[in-house]
Design a protein around this ligand. Structure first.
Ligand SMILES: Cc1cc2nc3c(=O)[nH]c(=O)nc-3n(C[C@H](O)[C@H](O)[C@H](O)COP(=O)(O)OP(=O)(O)OC[C@H]3O[C@@H](n4cnc5c(N)ncnc54)[C@H](O)[C@@H]3O)c2cc1C
Length: 724
C-alpha cells in the first residue's frame, strides 16, 4: 500500500469521519442482508444442533454469496468479524449475549425493544442496548426459552423457566403484554452457580486428616467422623491451619476473625512426611464511614474510564466509588510507639514471619523511623455497607492503642472502629515439596494451593487454585500436567519461584520478580494465554476465534504500517506540530511510529487502512493499542524473545522425576543434596536453584547425553573428558 501523495484517509478524500461512518453503514447493511438470507436459506432449528464450526462454514458460504451479489469486497478480518456478529445474532442471544456472560450482572430487565436495564451490586441502571423491534426481541426470547425446552408464542404468551446456569427467566409477549415484549432474567451468585455445577458435590465439614495408601491420597477424614473418598485431594486451607489471632497481648485460636481454626490436618500431613512451618499475616481495622470527616482528606478517584479486568468486556458500566487519602503524623507514631511493649510481634509472642511488602503500621514506624508520615487510603468496603477499610494501617496492637492512634489522623478524629485490626499466625507447607504442577512429591494425588504454599494475596491464591484444579482434573483423566513457563505468564513465575526456591516469608507476586516482563504484559494476556484456555476447554470457540481475529488484525495492521510510505510534503507539518524532525525523503508509517513523539492517532488518515476506517470500534482500539506497543518497543521485544528462546532451550530439556542425584558424583555435594530435595523437572528449573553452579549444569547435561547411565563409576575427571 502507498499514499496518493497528499494527506488522505481511506479513499483518498479528506473527511475521515464521514468515510468511516459510510464504511460502518455499508458494513451494517451488508450484515443485515446476510443475516436475512442466513435466516431464510438455512434451517436454524437444525443448525443449532450442529457443531459450531460446521454452522460457521454454512454461514460463511451464504455470506460470501451475498457479498459477491452486492458487488462488495471485505478484507478477511472484517469478513470474519461479520460472521461472528451474525453467529451471535442468529444463534446466540443477540444484543444481550455479553450481559449473560458478565458476572457482575445480577438481573437483566428488558422492557420492550428500546429499554434494557441491568442490576449490578444492587443498583439498577439503564444500558444503551436496543433490539431492532418487537419481533427481534420476541425472537431472542424464543431462542432462550427453546434452550430449556419451553416455547413462547401468541398461544402461550407467558413463560417462567429456569435456565441451565440456574438463572430464572420470566417473559411475557403480546397479546398478554400490552406495551411490547417483556423479559427478565434473574441471575444468581457464585454459591448457586456452584450448587448447580454438574459433577460438583458440596459438603460442609472440617477436614482433619488424610488417608494415604501406598503413597497415594485416597480419602479425606472429617471432624464429624466422615470419610470422603477421592481420586485427588487439593488442600487450600488458607490461614486456618492451627490459626491463632493476636490483638495486643490477647490471642485466641481462629482461622479468620469469627471463624474456627482448623485442627488435625497439619498433624496428619506431618505424620506422612510433609514439612510444615509458621507464617503470619494481618489486617487493618474497619471503620464506620459515617463517622469520617472526608473534608479533611483528599479524594482519589479511580481510572477514568475504568479498565475492565477481563478482555471479554469492552467497558464497565458500574458507577465507581472513590477512595480518600489521608496521612499519619508524629502524634500517630507516638501513640503507636506507646503500645509497642504490648505488641505481639515486638514481644515475641508471634513466631511466624510476616509479609515484608505489606508491613504493619507498627513495623513501618520502626523500620522507617525517619519518615514523618505514612499514606493511609480510606476505601469503601462495598456498595451496600458504610464500613470503610483503612488501607496502610494493618496492626495487631492492643485495642486502645489502635483507637488512640487512628484518632490522631486527619478526618478520623471522631471515628468509630467497627472491627479491630489483628494478626493471624498459621501453618504453611514449604512449596519446594511440590512439583511445578502443584502436586506433592511425597504423596501422590495430593495437591496444595494458595496461602498454605507460603503466598499471601487474593490473586496469588486464585491462580494456584486454578492451576491445581486443572492439574487434578488432568491427572484424573490420565493426561500430562499443565505447566506455564516463566516466559509465558506471571503464574509461571510465581509457581516456579515457589517450587524451586521455597519461601521463608509470605510471598507476594510482583512484576519485578519476572525477568521477561516486557512480554508478560496485561494488554497481551489474551494473545499469550488464550490458546491454553481453548485447549483446556475453558474458552468457547467464539471467544477463541475473537482472539485469533485480534492477533490477525494486529499483524495485518503492522504489515500495512510498514508498507505505507508517506512523502515529506504530506506529513512534515504533522511532524513539526508534534515536535519531531521532518523527513527528507519517503518514509514508512511504521518507522515514524517508532518515534517517541508520534503515536498512532497522529498518523490517522495516511494510506488506506482498515484501522482508520473502524477507529471508533472498541475491537479496533484494542488492535491499535497492541500494534502501537509492538511497533514502538520492537527492538526490546525482539531481544527479549531471543533471550526467551535460549531460556526455553534449557526448559525443554527435561529431567527424570525419579533420578537419584546422590549417584551423580561429578556434581558438587551441595548440588546433589539440593537436586535430590527439589527434584527439578527441567534443566532450566535446576539452574535456578540457589547453590547450583553452571559447572553442575554442564555436568548434568553430560550425564543426560549418556541417559544418566553408568553414573556411579564416573569421577569429575571422567566427566570432563566426556565433555571434550
Ligand atoms: C485478615 C486478612 C486480610 C487480608 N487482606 C488482604 C488484602 O487486602 N488483599 C489481598 O490480596 N489479600 C489479603 N489477604 C490475603 C488473602 O485473603 C489470602 O491470601 C487468600 O484469601 C488466601 O486464599 P486461600 O484460598 O489460600 O485461603 P482462604 O481464602 O483463607 O480460604 C481457606 C478456606 O478453607 C477453609 N478451610 C480451612 N481449613 C479447612 C479444613 N481443615 N477443612 C475444611 N475447610 C477448611 C476455610 O474455611 C476457608 O474458607 C488477607 C488475609 C487475611 C487473613
Amino acid at each position: 500500500m502507498h499514499t496518493t501523495g497528499r494527506a488522505t484517509n481511506g479513499n483518498g478524500h479528506g473527511h475521515g469521519n464521514g468515510n468511516a461512518a459510510a464504511a460502518a453503514h455499508r458494513f451494517q447493511k451488508l450484515k443485515a442482508e446476510i443475516h436475512r438470507q442466513v435466516v431464510e436459506s438455512l434451517d436454524i432449528s437444525k443448525l443449532v444442533k450442529l457443531n459450531p464450526e460446521r454452522v460457521r462454514r454454512e454461514v460463511r458460504a451464504v455470506a460470501a454469496q451475498v457479498t459477491r451479489n452486492n458487488h462488495e469486497s471485505l478484507d478477511t478480518v472484517s469478513h470474519e468479524r461479520m460472521i461472528d456478529e451474525i453467529m451471535n445474532e442468529a444463534f446466540g442471544l443477540g444484543p444481550i449475549e455479553h450481559l449473560m456472560n458478565d458476572p457482575t450482572v445480577s438481573d437483566i430487565l428488558v422492557n420492550g425493544p428500546r429499554q434494557v436495564f441491568v442490576e449490578r451490586h444492587g443498583r439498577l441502571e439503564e444500558t444503551d442496548i436496543v433490539f431492532a423491534d418487537d419481533a427481534h426481541l420476541i425472537q431472542i426470547i424464543q431462542r432462550i426459552t427453546a434452550r430449556v425446552g419451553r416455547r413462547v408464542d401468541e398461544a402461550t404468551p407467558l413463560v417462567d423457566a429456569r435456565l441451565p446456569d440456574g438463572s430464572r427467566l420470566n417473559a411475557i409477549i403480546p397479546p398478554l403484554s400490552l406495551e411490547g415484549p417483556i423479559l427478565s432474567i434473574r441471575r444468581f451468585g457464585v454459591r448457586l452457580a456452584c450448587e448447580r455445577q454438574e459433577h460438583l458435590d458440596i459438603r460442609q465439614d472440617m477436614a482433619t486428616g488424610l488417608v494415604i495408601e501406598n503413597g497415594r491420597a485416597v480419602a479425606v477424614e472429617t471432624m464429624l467422623g466422615g470419610k470422603i473418598d477421592s481420586r485427588n485431594v487439593i488442600i487450600t486451607a488458607g490461614t486456618f491451619l492451627n490459626g491463632v489471632i493476636h490483638i495486643g497481648l490477647k490471642s485466641y485460636e481462629a482461622g479468620r476473625a469469627g471463624e474456627f481454626a482448623a485442627k488435625g490436618l497439619t498433624e496428619s500431613l506431618f505424620a506422612h512426611g510433609i514439612e510444615t512451618d509458621r507464617l503470619k499475616t494481618g489486617t487493618p481495622p474497619r471503620l464506620n464511614g459515617r463517622t469520617i470527616d472526608y473534608s479533611k482528606t483528599e479524594m482519589q478517584p479511580g481510572d477514568e474510564p475504568p479498565p475492565p479486568f477481563s478482555f471479554w468486556h469492552d467497558k464497565l458500566a458500574v458507577e465507581q466509588m472513590p477512595c480518600y487519602l489521608t496521612y499519619t503524623n508524629e502524634a500517630t507514631h507516638a501513640a503507636l510507639r506507646s503500645g509497642l511493649d504490648r505488641s505481639p510481634m515486638y514481644t515475641g509472642r508471634i513466631k511466624g514471619v510476616g509479609p515484608r511488602y505489606c508491613p504493619s503500621i507498627e513495623d513501618k514506624i520502626t523500620r522507617f523511623a525517619d519518615k514523618p508520615r505514612h499514606q493511609i487510603f480510606l476505601e469503601p468496603e462495598g456498595r451496600n455497607t458504610t464500613e470503610v477499610y483503612i488501607n496502610g494501617f494493618s496492626t495487631s496492637l492492643p485495642e486502645e492503642v489502635q483507637t488512640a492512634a487512628i484518632r490522631t489522623i486527619p478526618g478520623l478524629e471522631q471515628v468509630q472502629i467497627t472491627r479491630m485490626g489483628y494478626a493471624v499466625e498459621y501453618d504453611f507447607f514449604q512449596p519446594t515439596q511440590l512439583y511445578p504442577w502443584l502436586e506433592s512429591k511425597n504423596i501422590n494425588h495430593l495437591f496444595f494451593a494458595g496461602q498454605v504454599n507460603g503466598t499471601t494475596g487474593y490473586e496469588e491464591a486464585a491462580v494456584q487454585g486454578f492451576m491445581a484444579g486443572v492439574n487434578a482434573a488432568l491427572k484424573s483423566r490420565g493426561e500430562a500436567p499443565f505447566i506455564l513457563s516463566r516466559s509465558e505468564a506471571y503464574i509461571g513465575v510465581l509457581i516456579d519461584d515457589l517450587v524451586t526456591k521455597g519461601t521463608i516469608e509470605p510471598y507476594r507476586m510482583f512484576t519485578s520478580r519476572a525477568e521477561y516482563r516486557l512480554l508478560l504484559r496485561q494488554d497481551n494476556a489474551d494473545l499469550r494465554l488464550s490458546k491454553y484456555g481453548q485447549q483446556l476447554g475453558l474458552l468457547s470457540e467464539a471467544q477463541y476465534r475473537s482472539v485469533e481475529r485480534k492477533q490477525k488484525a494486529v499483524t495485518e495492521t503492522i504489515a500495512a504500517l510498514s508498507e505505507i510510505q508517506v512523502e515529506p510534503a504530506e506529513i512534515n507539518d504533522r511532524l513539526r506540530e508534534r515536535g519531531t524532525t521532518p523527513i527528507q525523503q519517503k518514509e514508512s508509517l511504521l518507522r515514524l511510529l517508532r518515534r517517541a513523539e508520534i503515536s498512532l492517532p497522529d498518523l490517522r488518515g495516511f494510506g488506506r487502512l482498515e484501522l482508520w476506517e473502524s477507529w471508533q470500534d472498541t475491537f479496533w482500539q484494542k488492535v491499535a493499542e497492541q500494534a502501537e506497543i509492538e511497533v514502538k518497543y520492537a527492538g526490546f521485544i525482539d531481544r527479549q524473545r531471543e533471550t526467551i528462546a535460549r531460556f526455553e532451550n534449557l526448559e525443554d530439556k527435561r529431567l527424570p522425576h525419579n533420578l537419584d542425584y546422590s549417584k551423580l558424583i561429578a556434581l558438587s555435594s551441595e548440588a546433589r543434596e539440593k537436586l535430590n530435595r527439589i527434584k527439578p523437572t527441567s534443566f532450566g528449573q535446576a539452574s535456578r536453584i540457589s547453590g547450583i553452579s553452571p559447572a553442575d549444569i554442564t555436568a548434568l547435561l553430560v550425564y543426560a547425553k549418556k541417559g544418566f547411565k553408568h553414573v556411579s563409576r564416573e569421577t569429575p575427571a571422567e566427566i570432563e573428558m566426556m565433555e571434550e
